[in-house]
Design a protein around this ligand. Sequence first.
Ligand SMILES: *Cc1c(COP(=O)(O)O)cnc(C)c1O
Length: 486
Amino acid sequence: MKPDKALIFELSQPGRVAYSLPECDVPETDPLETIPAHLLRSVPAQLPEVYEVDVIRHYTELSRRNFGVDNGFYPLGSCTMKYNPKINEDTARFPGFAAIHPYQPESSVQGALELMFTLQNDLAALTGMDEVTLQPAAGAHGEWTGLMMIRAYHESRGEQRTQVIVPDSSHGTNPASATAAGFRTLTIPSNERGLVDLEALREAVGPQTAALMLTNPSTLGLFEEHIVEIAAIVHEAGGLLYYDGANSNAIMGITRPGDMGFDVVHLNLHKTMSTPHGGGGPGSGPVGVKTKLIPFLPKPVAAKRSDGTFYLDYERPHSIGRVKAYYGNFGILVRAYTYIRTYGPEGLRQVSECAVLNANYMMHRLAPYFELPYPGVCKHEFVMSGRSLKKYGVRTLDLAKRLLDFGYHPPTIYFPLNVEECIMIEPTETESKETLDAFIDTMIRIVKEAETDPGLLLNAPHGTAVRRLDETTAARKPVLNCSCGG
Ligand SMILES: *Cc1c(COP(=O)(O)O)cnc(C)c1O
C-alpha cells in the first residue's frame, strides 16, 4: 500500500486535463447572462489538473483500500454479509428495468409491474404474510412503516395503545423506530438462556401494549422455543407482534413468522436476499402484514387485474400513505427477484441450512478458546465473550483490530449489549469450509498472541492504510472535508 499515490493534488500540473471534448458546435453563451450573479463562483474551484490516467489510478487505488464481500471474508454478525451474485447485476441492468421512468404509462412498464407483483407474493409466501409493500428503503424504515400501520390499526379500533415492548437483546433500530413512530418502549430482560422471559413478558403486557417487537432467531442466534406462547400472551392483551426479519437467513423454507403468530414482518433484501449493502447504495426493507393490517399498507401497491394486466393500486383509503418516493428502490427489487428465482423454494431452504451449519461449525471449533454464554446449537450466527482475554490486558476491540492485519473484516463486537466483551459472528452460507477454517485458525493464533505478545494486539492494525483510529472523536467531531494539499 502506497498512500502517497492517492494524493492526486500533488500530481497537479497547470494545464493538464483528463478529458478531450469535440469542438463546440453550438454558439457559446456568456454565463454572466444566463446564470444569476449570486450563483456564480467568485473564486475558481480548487481542482487538480491531471491526466486521465492519473484520475483512473487515483480512484482505483482508493477502491483497493475498501473492504467488501468481493475481496474478503466479512463475518459481521447481524449483517448477513453474503456474496452478491453477479447475475443480479446483469438483470438489474436490462434496459427494460434500468431505462424506465416511474411516471411512464402503466401499459409500457407491464414487465416491471409484474416483477413487483410477483416479488410481493414471493415474500408473502416466504414469511407467511398476506400482503407486502416494497416501498421501505431499509430495515429500520420497514420497522417504522410496520409500526405506523400498527398504530393506525389500534386507532381504527378506538384504542390508545402507546407502548412497544422489546427484549434487551433487540437490535438498536427497534426501540429507535418505536420512538420515531410515537411509541414509548419498554425493554424486558432476557432469561439466563438468552430467551424472552415469559414471566417478565406477562407482567409487561396490558391495555397500553401496542406491540412486541422480536427477532427470531434473536441477535444472540437463538430460536425462541416458546414463540407460540409468546404470541398468545401478546395477542390476549390486545397487542400485535412485529417480526424483525432483517436476518432471515436461518429460517427460509424452514419456518415462517406468519406461522409463529406474527402480524407484521420486515425483511432486509440487502441481507437475506443478497442485494448489496451500503457503500452509500440503496437498501430495501419490504414489509408484510396479515389480513387485518392490509388496509393500512402504504400506497400504491402493485396489483393484478382480472384480465391479467398489472397496475399500481392507489385506491386504499385507510393507507398510512406513501413512505418512499415512487415505489421503493426498484433496481434492488430486481436483484432480489433474481436471487429468489435463481434458488427457488428448495434452494432457499438449502441456503438457510448451510448458513446454520457454517455458524455451528465455527462456534464448535472456537468454543475451546472463548467463553460461550449460550452453548448449544445456534442458528445463523452466534455470540462469544472475549472476557478471558482481559487477563492479558487486551480486549475484544484489540482482537478485532488485529484481524485486520490478516485481511479479515472483524465480526460485530460489543453487540448485543447483554454479553460482556461480545463477539458476534455470522459466517453466512456463501463461504467454503477452507475460508471458515482459515479464519478460525487466525482467531486461535490471535488468542495465542494475546498470551505471548499482547502489544501486537494493542497496537494493531499494523498493515492498513490508516492505523488505529480515535473512534470516539471521529464520531463526536467528524472531519468531513479533505484537507488536500495542506
Ligand atoms: C440490520 C438490522 C436492522 C436494520 O436494518 P437497516 O437496513 O440497517 O436499517 C434491524 N434489525 C436487525 C436484527 C438487523 O440485523
